[in-house]
Ligand binder design. Structure first.
Ligand SMILES: C[S@@+](CC[C@H](N)C(=O)[O-])C[C@H]1O[C@@H](n2cnc3c(N)ncnc32)[C@H](O)[C@@H]1O
Length: 348
């Protein structure tokens, strides 16, 4: 057995405070169980040269294992421990664009980008498509997408990204951001749709549909990514997206604190659990069989059992086994955030 030490991204301690080590260990375990055949021992906190690391044991890690582990959200560097020395492993992340795609936007209500990556990873790892994470262009939906943190992470991985949010300001800000960013980076893209969407003569929402390719060659070869963003109430998502179109649905629900959840129809704050009850069946219908839904929410507004019951009623199967019970962490005084992942049963 070889021993390995993961250097945690320095920002993890700022984002999660005391929970960084526990969350990192749980995410490593999710990778180990889903795509590494359980090869990693449980990671534990350790200190090397006065710096905190996560340490675990495994049979020698090969290129496939490190290709997966490179994408762990808190991964800064990975070393093999050899005779008291650190031997660095080559890590090749999926990332196909500059990381300012994810970091440049700063606004109140943004979901931390590192946490967003964790949520996308652990949702994907719980799905039937975990082993395809590195090779297939998966389709990701964030049905409460705000200004697109999940969408940007999905694009970064080379996936298709779709989102819906009722807030016009968020929709406008994200549209301007992504179009400007793509132009500035000289990334090939084409707007296939950009404007209001009408249903039965009435404007039902607004939509930005971009086809993106990281290079001319990829564009020519048809290896493009779709970014599809809609401004509308999430309970109407099935009017905009095809049934079973997404491999994973990943979202950070309103926290019921500073900015409440809204419905376009009422323009009023809705309790997050009411929004979840109304939206969960719609989201479930958009998932492919074998897909998974991952949601982050504030346990002060709804206990885990309640959120799990809502997803169960929508026909999904909450993952209530380790390490999926280890993602709860404090964000601030008013928010104790947890992650709930639920699978859509695979077709027979
Ligand atoms: C926690 S924020 C998500 C932030 C996002 N992950 C980001 O980083 O920009 C929750 C989002 O839910 C949206 N929302 C609340 N109720 C909604 C509804 N009924 N339909 C669609 N979006 C809604 C809000 O506008 C807000 O952008």
């Amino acid at each position: 057995m070889a021993r390995y030490a993961q250097l945690i991204l320095p920002s993890a301690n700022r984002v999660y405070a005391d929970a960084a080590i526990g969350l990192g260990a749980a995410e490593l375990a999710a990778f180990s169980d889903a795509v590494l055949g359980g090869a990693l021992s449980a990671a534990v906190a350790t200190e090397i040269g006065g710096v905190p690391y996560l340490e675990f044991a495994a049979e020698a890690l090969g290129p496939l294992e490190t290709s997966f582990l490179a994408n762990v959200s808190s991964m800064y560097a990975l070393f093999e421990l050899v005779g008291g020395l650190l031997r660095p492993l080559d890590l090749h992340r999926l990332d196909r664009y500059d990381d300012d795609l994810i970091t440049i936007q700063k606004y109140q209500g943004k979901t931390n980008e590192q946490f967003t990556k964790l949520l996308l990873n652990v949702t994907l790892l719980a799905s039937a498509f975990a082993s395809e994470m590195l090779d297939r262009k998966l389709a990701v939906l964030d049905p409460l997408c705000g200004r697109g943190t999940t969408l940007n992470q999905a694009l970064m991985y080379g996936y298709d990204a779709a989102g819906i949010d009722v807030d016009h300001k968020d929709f406008d800000a994200y549209s301007v951001f992504i179009k400007t960013w793509l132009k500035r980076k000289r990334i090939k893209h084409k707007a296939e749709y950009d404007g209001p969407v009408r249903r039965e003569g009435k404007v039902a929402g607004r939509r930005l549909l971009l086809r993106i390719a990281p290079s001319k060659d990829e564009l020519k070869a048809g290896r493009t990514q779709l970014l599809d963003v809609v401004c509308a109430d999430t309970t109407r998502a099935a009017e905009f997206f095809k049934p079973e179109a997404f491999d994973v649905v990943v979202t950070d629900a309103p926290y019921g604190v500073q900015h409440g959840s809204r419905t376009a129809a009422r323009g009023l704050a809705r309790r997050p659990q009411d929004l979840l009850t109304a939206a969960a069946p719609v989201w479930a219908s958009l998932l492919r069989p074998g897909g998974a839904l991952g949601i982050a929410w504030n346990t002060f507004v709804a206990p885990r059992e309640q959120a799990a019951a809502i997803l169960t009623n929508a026909g999904l199967e909450p993952v209530e086994t380790e390490p999926y019970l280890q993602f709860k962490h404090r964000v601030d005084q008013a928010i104790l955030r947890d992650v709930l992942v639920a699978r859509k049963p695979a077709a027979d």
